[in-house]
Design a protein around this ligand. Structure first.
Ligand code: BES
Ligand code: MN
Ligand code: ZN
Length: 496
């Protein structure tokens, strides 16, 4: 942590010796809190000198302002008040966090003239602060003085806004979201020697503290269930696989909604081994499982009124003497047989058993799976949209909308008979790759064979869960993508 924020809300605050952050809309006459923080009116001159016009996410830094009690004033530009979206409030919090990290005490004035700041906006601003403040430095032993990643210091942030008690209440929810996203980031960033299937399962087990029921299925239990596809992937590793079932019963009688995650703690490719260059990134091949775990954390921590299942398939894909070979035929829990053409197409083998199990046992309203499934989706969409594949137009609409609301955006990709044919096998019911063409789609077609008639969506997050460009609210390699998206989906559509 470069900075740890202790956030509270108040109607007013002392600013002696503090850093003051004043929000300003480009079409509002003055910055928020100007009368208190800038009684001598140094802002007008400073803005003129610096040609500061409050463009979106621009910052004017006034050090040791004359005639003011604050040590420093940051004026944060927001652009036109009417153009501010929910996501812009997160970004504003993120930009503020990037500036105030070294102060000890910070006072933020939110209520800029022209802006109608409600508790939701105040909470979003605070969420932006917390998401931007995240950094993964567990293994940095030398924490230099002027290094940006200097040792964790606590920054007290008081956010001044008219309805501070409502904001404080809304912040409890924002805190739950931040903790869930940051948990997912931690899981993705953690190296595979530290986080194997058992260690990941133990992390998921910690959700019991929040009231989530957590079951951990062992190899033996999975064998009994007939999960031959998942077990085939795991057999090349000395570390045994786990299947974790998390159940948040926030609305008991409702048919559950279900989230399923690919949790390949490391993907060497297996016998179809990957090239050395960049292979270290495959420690993040459990980004789907991390998002599901982070989401379950959020739902429980904010006591969401929803009946939600989270299932993650945890394996390591390694090439030892017992590893499966290309040409091997495995039998999935569904009874369908699979010819393993390429042992590097392992994610679908893990997910097919997890999806089938989820559907059989819980008969959910829908299943949404997240997986860092294919390099092909990165070729198609880059790092800015995750691929969305679904058998349900209504789920497509709801997910796309949640994506726009959270800026965790999705782009719908096609499914169809012609693509499905590409994975028919000479020797078994199907094969696990369909060749180079349409690689992300044939992977989705494979999963579709294991979901029956249940509304289902597959999010291919290979380009978005890890190694995506940093932005105002994320500087972490593991982004936590999917947590806010699915929390938003639940909030908007599935709470009683
Ligand atoms: N985990 C990878 C996909 C991946 C690639 C995730 C890059 C994140 C970044 C997956 O298991 C994989 O290896 N997919 C293969 C499938 C192919 C063998 C059909 C791929 O995409 O090349
Ligand atoms: Mn692979
Ligand atoms: Zn993989």
């Amino acid at each position: 942590m470069s900075a740890k924020f202790e956030i509270s809300f108040a109607k007013s605050a002392r600013i002696e010796g503090a850093t003051a952050v004043l929000l300003k809309a480009s079409d509002g006459e003055a910055p928020a809190g100007a009368a208190v923080a800038d009684p001598a009116g140094v802002f007008a001159k400073a803005a003129k000198v610096a040609r500061f016009t409050a463009k979106p996410m621009s910052v004017l830094d006034i050090v040791a302002p004359q005639g003011a009690d604050a040590d420093r004033i940051f004026v944060l530009g927001l652009g036109k008040a009417a153009d501010m979206t929910a996501h812009d409030w997160l970004r504003a919090g993120g930009v503020a966090a990037s500036k105030i990290g070294k102060s000890e005490s910070v006072v933020v004035f939110l209520d800029a003239p022209g802006l109608d700041v409600q508790s939701a906006q105040a909470a979003d601003f605070a969420l932006g602060l917390l998401l931007r403040a995240y950094s993964f430095d567990t293994y940095k032993t030398k924490k230099g003085e002027d290094d940006d990643k200097a040792k964790a210091s606590t920054v007290r942030v008081t956010i001044v806004t008219a309805d501070s008690s409502a904001a404080q209440k809304a912040f409890a929810v924002a805190r739950a979201v931040a903790d869930g996203v940051n948990l997912a980031r931690d899981l993705v960033n953690e190296p595979a020697n530290i986080l194997g299937p058992e260690e990941f399962a133990a992390k998921a087990k910690e959700l019991e503290k929040l009231g989530v029921d957590v079951e951990i299925l062992t190899e033996k239990e999975m064998r009994k269930l007939g999960m031959g596809a998942l077990l085939g992937v795991a057999q090349g590793s000395v570390r045994p696989p786990r299947l974790v079932v998390m159940h948040w019963k926030g609305a008991k009688k409702e048919q559950p909604v279900a989230f399923v995650g690919k949790g390949v703690v490391f993907d060497t490719g297996g016998i179809s081994i990957k090239p050395a260059a960049g292979m270290e990134e495959m420690k993040g091949d459990m980004g789907g499982a991390a998002a599901v775990t982070g989401l379950m954390h959020v739902l429980a921590a904010r006591k969401a009124k929803v009946n939600a299942i989270g299932i993650i398939g945890l394996v390591e894909n390694m090439p030892d003497g017992n590893a499966q070979r290309p040409g091997d035929i495995v039998t999935s829990m569904s009874g369908q047989t699979i010819e393993v053409i390429n042992t590097d197409a392992e994610g679908r083998l893990v997910l097919c058993d997890a999806l089938w199990y989820c559907n059989e046992r819980f008969k959910p309203k829908f299943m949404i799976n997240l997986a860092t499934l294919t390099g092909a989706i990165i070729v198609a969409l880059g790092n800015t949209h995750a691929g969305l594949f679904t058998n349900s137009d209504s789920l497509a609409g709801e997910l796309t909308e949640a994506g726009l609301a959270t800026d965790e955006t999705l782009w719908r990709m096609p499914l169809g008979k012609e693509y499905d044919k590409m994975i028919d096998s000479k020797f078994a019911d199907m094969k696990n790759t369909g060749g180079r063409h349409a690689g992300a789609i044939t992977a989705a077609q494979f999963l579709k064979r294991f979901v029956g008639e249940t509304p289902w969506a597959h999010l291919d997050v290979a380009g978005t869960a890890m190694s995506s460009p940093s932005n105002e609210i994320n500087q972490s390699w593991g982004s936590g993508f999917g947590v806010r998206l699915l929390d938003q989906l639940v909030r908007a559509r599935y709470e009683v």
